[in-house]
Design a protein around this ligand. Structure first.
Ligand code: DGT
Ligand code: CA
Ligand code: CA
Ligand code: ZN
Length: 590
């Protein structure tokens, strides 16, 4: 057990002793031991063999030192288990809810038989919990809000945080553990879901238990939830949970397929296997007739054996992908390198962090063929928007930077505010001086559906508006804030986009991903064409493109559905078309 685990046990002991009415000096000793354990610079378990060394730590006496020894050796402490046994089950987890002290938790479990957070939630909803002494309706409701927000916040984390974390821990495992091969991110991360519950990793090895053990001891692991011969579940400093599965190379294909999910995709594949007289699990396919296990070192083999082409992970959501695979009508999904340009980028002319030149140089560095600098207009929605005079200076600066940086086409752009009444911040005459106009809603987001719909459709009717930016304005939960989408008649909006030849943006910023996957799917079916843009406000933001591509893939997009897969020349030709001719797929293929 690591220091934070030990600290937690001691702190729980202190709480339970206090509840028992033990003398204060006793509870204080454990509380102090918890503090010492969590602040101790090295791993306590590393010196636990030597009782004298433990006792040399100020504040650690004989009794505590022996308990540290026991915890380090077995991950269990008899004294702690016995103490917990004197109280109702689940008591400690109830006390973790903000607003619930030890006495209330004890009453809740003894008098109301509540032992889990879910039980507590139900009792609050039923009005039972508030009747406990010193609770009351107001407190109960506030506790309920805490529970719900913890669930919302604690449960899932945005892909933009999870994927880099998954890659970091995978790299660390590779470094520490040369025995581990084929280290691969699976689960919802691999499917590029906008948020993930936990990270799933798998790898192959000739010695799985050694890898599982090394993984649980990696730098950055603060808690080990479980560890066995072929698996380990850990918690990282960031609070992210990571599940590792280790297998032999011959099972890799079946395990990756299982562990990538989605669960329903797996279930559908199993049903298909069963209809063929086969049983599919994470080891391979077993013949019902002979009982023989067929193994696969890659996923492709499993699909092939089931009579299917490979199905990309982003499609494995039970959205008809197995039928499409059967009919050979799977989309030929776009890939990262198909994207040639980025048409929504900010600089320090509005709310970006660096000069235009730095953004352009960074875009060129990433291999983009073209980029549009689209600083904000002067509407109410955004600070430091550009007046008409500054916009014209901005245009001149863009021309200058294009010549200066070289090797990348730089378009004159604006992210123009769609005002509450559907008009835009600049006149048509001013807009006509631009190459790219991204029109977005940044204010009056509470408008009712018909008003909001008409507002956005009005912007689409403007002949100069290239695309609508982040259509629904929703923010993916990112630990600090989330925002509900505005209320829109999406059917009507998508129809209008297709009719007017207005592109819809797939905003690739991981906190937005707007359009989201399901909306991309719906819009694509309505004949809408897309741009995938990063909306970068600093150079690092230009690398968010992969999240937009993942979202487009989850919406079954091919390269031809996304206009910025065109090379710079073809893209300019597209822009030269009058809007009504930009609609429909024929326009793109030219
Ligand atoms: P998440 O973590 O909530 O974002 O979603 P996933 O899809 O990563 O789910 P997770 O981490 O619970 O499990 C990883 C994969 O393992 C999941 O996508 C499919 C597979 N799996 C887990 N539990 C089951 C199950 O009960 N049945 C089947 N067929 N597969 C499962
Ligand atoms: Ca997962
Ligand atoms: Ca998992
Ligand atoms: Zn914006």
């Amino acid at each position: 057990m690591d220091n934070s685990g030990i600290a937690r046990v001691f702190s729980d002991i202190a709480t339970l002793l206090q509840l028992k009415g033990e003398p204060v000096f006793k509870t204080r000793a454990y509380q102090r031991a918890a503090d010492i354990a969590s602040e101790y610079p090295g791993e306590l378990s590393a010196i636990a063999d030597d009782l004298d060394e433990l006792k040399a730590i100020p504040g650690i006496g004989d009794a505590i030192a022996k308990k540290i020894q026991e915890l380090s050796g077995t991950d269990r402490l008899e004294y702690y288990e016995d103490l917990k046994g004197e109280f109702p089950a689940g008591l400690l987890s109830l006390m973790e809810v903000p607003g619930i002290g030890p006495k209330t938790a004890l009453r809740a479990s003894e008098q109301l038989d509540i032992h889990t957070i879910e039980g507590l939630e139900a009792a609050i909803e039923a009005g039972e919990f508030e009747k406990l002494p010193r609770v009351g309706h107001k407190n109960a409701q506030s506790i309920l809000r805490h529970i719900r927000s913890q669930r919302r916040q604690g449960d899932r984390i945005m892909l933009g945080l999870a994927l880099p974390a998954a890659e970091t821990i995978a790299a660390r495992l590779a470094e520490t553990c040369p025995d581990a091969s084929n280290i691969t991110v699976a689960g919802s991360c691999r499917r590029m879901r906008e948020s993930v519950g936990d990270i799933d990793l798998l790898c192959t090895s000739d010695d799985p238990p050694a890898v599982a053990k090394a993984f649980a001891a990696l730098d950055g692991v603060v808690d080990v939830l479980g560890q066995g011969d072929t698996r380990a579940s850990v918690v990282l400093q960031s609070g992210l949970q990571v599940d590792l599965r280790v297998t032999e190379a011959r099972h890799f294909g079946a395990l990756l397929l299982y562990f990538t999910g989605s669960k329903q995709h797996g279930i559908n594949l199993r049903a298909r296997a069963r209809s063929m007289g086969l049983t599919l699990n994470e080891y391979g396919l077993t013949s019902d007739l002979t009982g023989e296990l067929e193994t696969f070192d890659a996923e492709e083999g499993v699909y092939e054996r089931l009579g299917l082409p490979f199905i990309p992970p982003e499609l494995r959501e039970d959205h008809g992908e197995i039928e499409a695979a059967e009919n050979e009508s799977l989309p030929n999904l776009l890939i990262d390198s198909d994207v040639k340009g980025d048409l929504h980028v900010h600089s320090d002319w509005s709310d970006g962090r660096v000069p235009i030149e730095e953004m352009v140089a960074a875009a060129r560095e990433l291999g983009r063929d073209y980029v549009a600098i689209t600083d904000h207009s002067s509407g109410r929605g955004v600070a430091n928007g550009l007046s008409v005079e500054r916009l014209r200076a901005h245009n001149a600066e863009i021309e200058h930077v294009e010549a200066e940086v070289g090797g990348i086409r730089v378009f004159k752009g604006s992210e123009v505010d769609i005002r509450a009444d559907g008009t835009l911040d600049y006149t048509d005459e001013v807009l006509s001086e631009l190459d790219i106009v991204i029109a977005s809603v940044h204010s009056a987001m509470g408008q009712e559906r018909s008003v909001m719909t008409e507002r956005v459709v009005a912007a689409m009717r403007n002949p100069h508006v290239t695309a609508i930016g982040h259509l629904t304005t929703r923010l993916v939960f990112d630990g600090a804030r989330s925002r509900e989408p505005v209320d829109l008649d999406l059917d009507a909006v998508f129809r209008a986009a297709a009719d007017t030849g207005t592109l819809l943006e797939i905003n690739a910023s991981p906190k937005r991903l707007d359009l989201r996957d399901a909306h991309v799917m719906q819009a694509r079916k309505a004949g809408v064409l897309f741009l995938i843009n990063t909306d970068a406000h600093r150079p690092s933001g230009l690398s968010f493109m992969q999240y937009g591509v993942g979202t487009a893939r989850r919406g079954w997009c091919e390269a031809r559905d996304v206009i910025n897969t065109l090379d710079a020349k073809a893209f300019e030709k597209f822009l030269a078309l009058p809007k009504e001719r930009r609609a429909g797929k024929t326009a793109v293929r030219t």
